[in-house]
Write a protein of this length. Structure first.
Length: 202
């Protein structure tokens, strides 16, 4: 297992960074997993920084597991994570278009082998986002980004967790959110270990 953790929050005392990101990192470090991290707001990440973009692509290629952590701002991920999608998940690296007719092509994902989990935090409660806005944040992320890059995989829906009303919930509620993160990481560790054991038995 080789894990890449990508966090897109400018504040290191935020729940995204100090809660989710640090929890994932700590568990994996304690299990001696090989880890690389991308802290988009703590690094000199810009469209023009092509050397750093290449490094990020190398990290993606190296990884078996990718963890995205971001708050939701204006019904999308943070600006630097959105730029990450634009500059790193480029045609030829993350996807290609397969021609169907002379005027129609379908995206063909090139990173299907990655196991991806996403944790997005909301300031809003669940009800209006899931009903009035038809959960457009999650739909757009999975269908508009991940389907191109990681392929049409129904597991991506269940591996994308949303945590609600984060600025307003109690400490106990935040702990319950982190317990879900911990369970996810333990599941990944278990399956990675099982996969390695099966390979060794071949």
């Amino acid at each position: 297992m080789k894990a890449l953790i990508i966090v897109g929050h400018p504040k290191t005392d935020s729940f995204c960074y100090d809660g989710i990101f640090r929890t994932i990192k700590t568990i994996l470090e304690n299990k001696k997993v090989k880890i690389k991290t991308i802290e988009l707001y703590q690094e000199d990440f810009r469209r023009e920084n092509t050397d750093l973009v290449k490094t990020y692509k190398d990290y993606i290629s190296w990884s078996t597991h990718i963890y995205f952590v971001s708050p939701v701002w204006w019904f999308r991920c943070t600006p630097k994570l959105e730029v990450f999608f634009d500059e790193v998940f480029t045609p030829g690296f993350a996807y290609n278009f397969k021609p169907i007719t002379k005027t129609i092509g379908l995206p063909s994902a090139l990173l299907k082998d990655k196991i991806v989990r996403t944790y997005i935090t909301h300031g809003a409660p669940a009800l209006p986002v899931l009903t009035l806005y038809a959960n457009s944040v999650k739909l757009r992320l999975i269908m508009g980004v991940y389907s191109f890059v990681f392929g049409w995989n129904w597991k991506l829906w269940f591996r994308t967790r949303q945590f609600w009303s984060v600025p307003f919930v109690s400490r106990d509620k935040r702990v319950s959110y982190l317990e879900k993160v911990i369970k996810d990481i333990k599941d990944d560790l278990y399956h990675a270990k099982k996969k390695t054991k099966n390979k060794n038995n071949l």
